[in-house]
Design a binder for this molecule. Structure first.
Ligand code: ATR
Length: 287
C-alpha cells in the first residue's frame, strides 16, 4: 500500500509488543479491503501510558489496541467506556471520538465469535473454566452474560476465584459462577462439560506443562478450548483429544478480537471470507 497524506494510523500499545500478531491482522484487512490505513506497534514503557494516550489523541490516531500490562490501567485515560468493558474491568480497544477515546473489550466478543464459528454453544451450558487471572476473569463474564447455566471456576489460588465469582454473580443476579480450588476438580459433578483453559500454563516454551494432567478430569470434557495459540496444540488440547473430544486453540479468538476492533475503527463489516483469509495468514506466520 502506498502511504500518502490521507493514510490513517492505528496501532498497539503495550510492554512488550515485539511478538504481536495484530499488525498482520489489520494490515492484511486494510490491503484486502482497499483502505488507506496502517497499523503499527508502539512500545509504551511503564509510567508513560497516560502520556501515550494523550499523544495519540493529539496525533489524531484513529484507534489503538491495548495489551499487557495496560488493559486495566488504560481505563483511567478514557473519556468513555463501553458497558461490557466496564463490567469486565479490562479494555483492549480504543476508538477515537470527538473528545478523546472510548474503550471497548473485543477480547470477549472475539472469543464468542470464535466459539460461534466452531459451533460451540455457551447458552444453557455447564462450563469448567480453569484460571482466574485477567484472561479467565473476562471469560467468566462472557459465559455468564451469554447465559451459561453454570460455570465451575477453578483456580490454584481460591480467593481469586471467589472474588471473580462474587463480582460476576452480583452483576448477573444469579449464582452462575461457582469458585473452586484447582486441586478439587474431582468434586465437579459427573457429566460432560465445555472446558476453557484460561491459565498461562502450557504457554511456549513450556509446551509440556498442563494445569490438570489427570485422565479422570478429561473424561468430563466434551469440548476443550485453550486461550493459548502458541504452541499450536497445547498439552491440554492433546489430552482432550486423547479422550476423543474436540479441542481448539486461541488463534480464532485473537483473529476475531482484531476483526471487531477493525470494524469499530472503520465502520465496516468484515465478511466471513475475509476473516478466513486473515486466519490463513496468521496461521502461516505462527506455524
Ligand atoms: P493472564 O492475563 O494471562 O490471565 P494472569 O492474570 O497472571 O495472566 O493469570 C494467570 C493465571 O494462570 C492465574 O489463574 C494463575 O493462577 P493463580 O491465580 O493461582 O496465580 C494461573 N497459573 C499460573 N501458573 C500456574 C500454575 N503453575 N498452576 C496453576 N495455575 C497457574
Amino acid at each position: 500500500m502506498e502511504i500518502n497524506g490521507k493514510t490513517r494510523t492505528c496501532g498497539l500499545i503495550g510492554d512488550p509488543v515485539e511478538h504481536t500478531l495484530s499488525p498482520v491482522i489489520h494490515n492484511t484487512l486494510a490491503a484486502s479491503l482497499g483502505q488507506e490505513l496502517v497499523y503499527v506497534p508502539f512500545h509504551v514503557k511503564q509510567g508513560k501510558l497516560a502520556e501515550a494516550v494523550r499523544g495519540a489523541e493529539a496525533l489524531n490516531i484513529l484507534g489503538l489496541n491495548v495489551t499487557v500490562p495496560y488493559k486495566s490501567e488504560v481505563i483511567a485515560c478514557l473519556t468513555e467506556i463501553d458497558e461490557l468493558a466496564r463490567n469486565i474491568g479490562a479494555v483492549n480497544t480504543l476508538v477515537r471520538t470527538a473528545s478523546g477515546y472510548k474503550g471497548y473489550n473485543t477480547d470477549m466478543e472475539g472469543l464468542y465469535r470464535a466459539m460461534q464459528s466452531e459451533g460451540i454453544k455457551i447458552a444453557g451450558e455447564e462450563i469448567i473454566l480453569l484460571g482466574a487471572g485477567g484472561a479467565a476473569r473476562a471469560v467468566a463474564w462472557l459465559c455468564t452474560m451469554r447465559g451459561a447455566r453454570r460455570v465451575y471456576l477453578l483456580n490454584r489460588t481460591l480467593d481469586k476465584a471467589q472474588t471473580v465469582a462474587a463480582e460476576v454473580n452480583a452483576s448477573a443476579g444469579r449464582e452462575a459462577v461457582q469458585p473452586m480450588r484447582l486441586a478439587d476438580y474431582a468434586q465437579i459433578p459427573k457429566g460432560k462439560y465445555l472446558a476453557i483453559q484460561g491459565t498461562s500454563v502450557g504457554l511456549s516454551p513450556n509446551n509440556e506443562d498442563v494445569v490438570i494432567a489427570d485422565d479422570a478430569f478429561y473424561e468430563k470434557v466434551h469440548t476443550g478450548f485453550d486461550l493459548i495459540y502458541n504452541p499450536w496444540e497445547t498439552k491440554f488440547m492433546r489430552l482432550v483429544k486423547a479422550h476423543g473430544s474436540r479441542a481448539y486453540n486461541g488463534l480464532k479468538m485473537l483473529l476475531y478480537q482484531g476483526i471487531i476492533a477493525y470494524e469499530l475503527w472503520n465502520g465496516v463489516e468484515v465478511s466471513e471470507d475475509e476473516a478466513q483469509m486473515v486466519y490463513k495468514r496468521l496461521k502461516d506466520v505462527i506455524t
